[in-house]
Write a protein that binds this ligand. Structure first.
Ligand SMILES: NC(=O)c1ccc[n+]([C@@H]2O[C@H](COP(=O)([O-])OP(=O)(O)OC[C@H]3O[C@@H](n4cnc5c(N)ncnc54)[C@H](OP(=O)(O)O)[C@@H]3O)[C@@H](O)[C@H]2O)c1
Length: 289
């Protein structure tokens, strides 16, 4: 069995190591962090691993340090006596293959393995990992090997071209996964302005949110779109903007920016009148400048 070392066994590193260990995919070797406490708690969580051991003894080194530490953590590996063909993988969403620049010329295989999941709590992440998509970029044999390993712990993988712009790739995920809670919060604040509390607000929103998300994933954003913008109803949108602006001008600015983008999506859907959509673009403009 191949041996996996983890540099930065935090939320992502310890979750993956525990899953690989439990499924018998990899033997767990060195767990390296700046503080012994972190590596020690990771070893206890994983149920295996050598606290601040030597990563050079591993066949696969998973680098899951915070993004600002990535360059220096990888550069330190260049000083280790790595085995030929060692696989080095990082889990960053925002960084690509350029993060491995300090290893160029060494006989190692580099791969970006980004698990597209929110790893907030490792105990929970271990239980909910199945079905997670992991995007892979880099050396082809390393990609194939990791694809097999992630499949064995219930993950799915998708290869990305090596020249994919990682900043925009990451921004796309931020749009969809990180901004959704922000939209729900804006809705709850708007409910609060008419006296509907958070609990009732979430109860009202739950079914329509779930149904809309399912429809978007099944049929695509344009087909799933409903509501006043999709109908080209500029009168209702104008009223919303007026009242939101009175309640909280920041909510009106956010609504207007989204209504403009929704008008573009509605044009693609093709059910609203062109006049209605143009009127919506016109009346939202003052809020978005
Ligand atoms: N969290 C997510 O939802 C998520 C999802 C997908 C991808 N990612 C990516 O995965 C990577 C790790 O994220 P995370 O959320 O797991 O971070 P994290 O929970 O903060 O864990 C980072 C770990 O790295 C250690 N560390 C920091 N600097 C180090 C260094 N120079 N050398 C060795 N160890 C170091 C930290 O321990 P010490 O402080 O003791 O050193 C800690 O154990 C990041 O690239 C992140 O963008 C995160």
């Amino acid at each position: 069995m191949k041996r996996l070392a983890v540099i930065g066994p935090g939320r992502v590193g310890r979750t993956l190591a525990r899953l690989f260990h439990a499924a018998g995919v990899f033997e767990i070797g060195a767990l390296v962090s700046r503080s012994t406490g972190t590596a020690g708690s990771a070893a206890a969580f994983i149920g295996a691993g050598q606290v601040n051991g030597d990563p050079a003894e591993a066949d696969i080194i998973l680098v899951s340090v915070p993004d600002p530490e990535l360059n220096s953590a990888i550069a330190r590996l260049a000083l280790c006596d790595l085995k030929p063909d060692t696989m080095i993988a990082h889990t960053s969403g925002a960084r690509g293959l350029e993060a491995f620049a300090s290893l160029s010329g060494l006989p190692v295989r580099c791969v970006c393995a980004h698990p597209v999941k929110a790893f907030s709590d490792p105990e929970r992440s271990v239980k909910t990992f199945a079905g997670t998509m992991v995007t892979l970029q880099g050396e082809s044999s390393a990609r194939d090997e990791l694809a097999g390993a992630f499949k064995a712990i219930g993950g799915r993988t998708l290869g990305l071209p090596d020249d994919t712009d990682r900043t925009l790739y990451h921004a796309a995920i931020v749009f969809m996964a990180n901004h959704l809670p922000t939209l729900v919060q804006a809705g709850l604040e708007t409910f609060a302005s008419v006296g509907i509390n958070r609990e009732d607000g979430l109860a009202i929103a739950g079914p329509i949110l779930r149904d809309t998300l399912e429809a978007v994933l099944e049929r695509g954003p344009a087909a799933a779109l409903t509501g006043p913008v999709a109908r080209g109803d500029a009168v209702t949108v104008a009223r919303h903007l007026e009242q939101l602006n009175a309640a909280d001008p920041d909510l009106a600015v956010l609504y207007a920016a989204l209504a403009r983008a929704t008008a573009d999506l509605s044009a693609e859907k093709g059910e609203a009148s062109v006049e209605g959509l143009l009127a919506i673009r016109e009346l939202t403009a003052p809020f978005t400048r």
